[in-house]
Design a protein around this ligand. Structure first.
Ligand code: SIN
Length: 489
């Protein structure tokens, strides 16, 4: 282990299947790299279809006892897990920064965000109420109850190694499901540490199973999950392409799926906005995790009257952002996850510049090299440029100029994606008009941060289906059962 953790046992490098931490059936292992240095942090089992099948069987075996517990008993276990995650937050933050690269302050924030799902769903577990329906005949009584869907699976991304797992697992456990989790190949150690803490919290063996793999074996693991009749629900966060492929495969077993996919968030600044507040919101919405979140602002639209003022203030603020390894204090922008991500962002910026974009701010990180990309502001951007249509997933802020409200709504909606959108305005009528007109699942008005465990997270169009978080998050792991009781005299 190269990392200094207070609790060394949290650095677990074996997978978790049933009661055992284990190797893969093939014996092969895969390296996990630190994106800041490209050094090897450790290795984990490179699992395959056989291992995934074992994990599914263990989840199936554990299901009757787990869903047979009262909601209160499951709630108590989630609360205990929450306490242990919170107590281990510094170690978890170190693991997150090491394998995903995000600045340590953000990793600490992620642990708190991740833990909040355990806390929220510990409480929601006891509130999964059903309904009593007025009967259609006098001798009948109609009830609707909510039941656990059964074995569920989660396939999670590298950009939030803790939060995307706990957002899914907490809702699934609260609903009485057992789970097979496949963390991203780049970030398995955070997942495995959460598994250690789940065991200490008393979550029974087989309720949580963690299958690790490489980028190559991920496809095999995903296919095994999708084709399994035992797995009744799949929750995936990741790219739209991968989500479509999983949805196609899962259709063969008529599984319930929830997909949280790519975004192309608009960030609109109207001429009646508080510009300083809009600049603060823009920094938060763009540069969180170095621009590598699905809800990051991808396209900035600024009204012509205030365009130059906004650009001047935003550019000045962006130039203050310190780039460096996430483990160093005061770093605001860490490395991109890998060389492929760096290549993609480089290509998108080059394409924009070739089509006439101006580079307003570009920090000098030439000496850092590797996967570090400088925070960049581009103006004179237009819809011919690739970055107007693609998720950038990097610290690049392209700014479009617009004239009026109807134009900007058309421009904002001119995308196949519909996850998040943000806008700044002090006009309350406009706030409602625009929020209702934007085609997306989540809108931030006068804020650049909207994520919370208590509200539904998810998108429309190619950004996905289903919702995570809030009371709606339980629906993904429950079935409704209608009971018709006759013969009442
Ligand atoms: C994501 O990037 O998909 C998650 C971001 C969040 O939960 O705020």
């Amino acid at each position: 282990m190269v990392l200094k953790l207070t609790d060394g046992a949290l650095f677990q490098s074996k997978a978790l299947i049933g009661a055992r931490v284990c190797e893969s059936s093939s014996g092969s292992r895969v390296e996990v790299l630190d994106p800041a240095t490209s050094q090897v942090l450790g290795t984990v089992p490179e699992m395959n279809s056989t291992d995934t099948q074992s994990a599914i069987s263990e989840a199936e075996k554990a299901l009757p006892a787990w869903r047979g517990l009262t909601a209160g008993a499951r709630s108590d276990l989630l609360k205990k897990w929450y306490q242990l995650v919170t107590a281990a937050s510094e170690d978890l933050a170190i693991l997150i920064t090491a394998e995903c690269g995000k600045p340590i302050a953000e990793s600490r924030g992620e642990v708190a965000y991740a833990a909040s799902f355990l806390q929220w769903y510990a409480e929601e577990a006891t509130r999964a109420y059903g309904d009593i329906i007025p009967p259609h005949q006098a001798d009948k009584r109609l009830l609707v109850i909510k039941q656990s869907i059964g074995v569920a699976a989660a396939i999670t991304p590298w950009n939030f190694p803790a939060a995307m797992i706990l957002r899914k697992v907490a809702a699934a456990f609260a609903s009485g499901c057992t789970m097979v989790v496949k963390p991203a190949p780049q970030t398995p150690f955070t997942a495995l540490a959460l598994g250690v803490l789940a065991g200490r919290a008393g979550i029974p063996a087989g309720v949580l199973n963690i299958v690790t793999g490489s980028i190559d074996s991920s496809i095999e693991i995903g296919t095994t999950i999708c084709k399994s009749q035992t797995v009744r629900a799949l929750s995936f966060t990741g790219s739209t392409g991968a989500g479509i492929s999983l949805a196609e495969q899962a259709a063969s077993t008529v599984k319930k799926i929830s997909l949280e996919l790519g975004g192309n968030a608009s960030f609109i600044v109207f001429d009646d906005a508080d510009i300083d507040e809009a600049v603060k919101g823009a920094l938060a919405a763009k540069f969180r995790n170095s621009g590598q979140t699905c809800v990051c602002a991808n396209r900035f639209f600024v009204q012509a009257e205030i365009h130059d003022k906004f650009v001047e203030k935003f550019t000045a603020a962006v130039k203050q952002l310190r780039v460096g390894p996430g483990s160093e204090a005061d770093v605001a922008i860490g490395p991109l996850i890998d060389a492929r991500a760096f290549e993609k962002v480089t290509t998108l910026v080059a394409d924009a510049v070739r089509h006439g974009a101006n580079v307003e701010a570009e920090g000098d990180v030439g000496l850092l090299g590797g996967h570090f990309f400088p925070p960049t502001v581009l103006t004179a951007v237009n819809s011919k440029m690739q970055l107007a249509h693609e998720e950038i997933f990097g610290p690049v802020a392209p700014i479009f100029k617009f004239d009026n409200e109807s134009d900007v709504i058309r421009l904002a909606n001119d995308t196949e994606f519909g996850l998040a959108s943000y806008f700044y305005s002090k006009d309350i009528s406009r706030c409602f008009r625009v929020a209702e007109a934007i085609e997306c699942g989540m809108v931030g008005i006068n804020t650049g941060m909207l994520s919370t465990a208590t509200a539904p997270f998810g998108g429309v169009k190619s950004s996905g289906i289903g919702r995570e978080g809030g009371r709606y998050g339980l629906d993904e792991y429950q079935e409704l059962k209608y009971i018709c009781l006759g013969g009442i005299t």
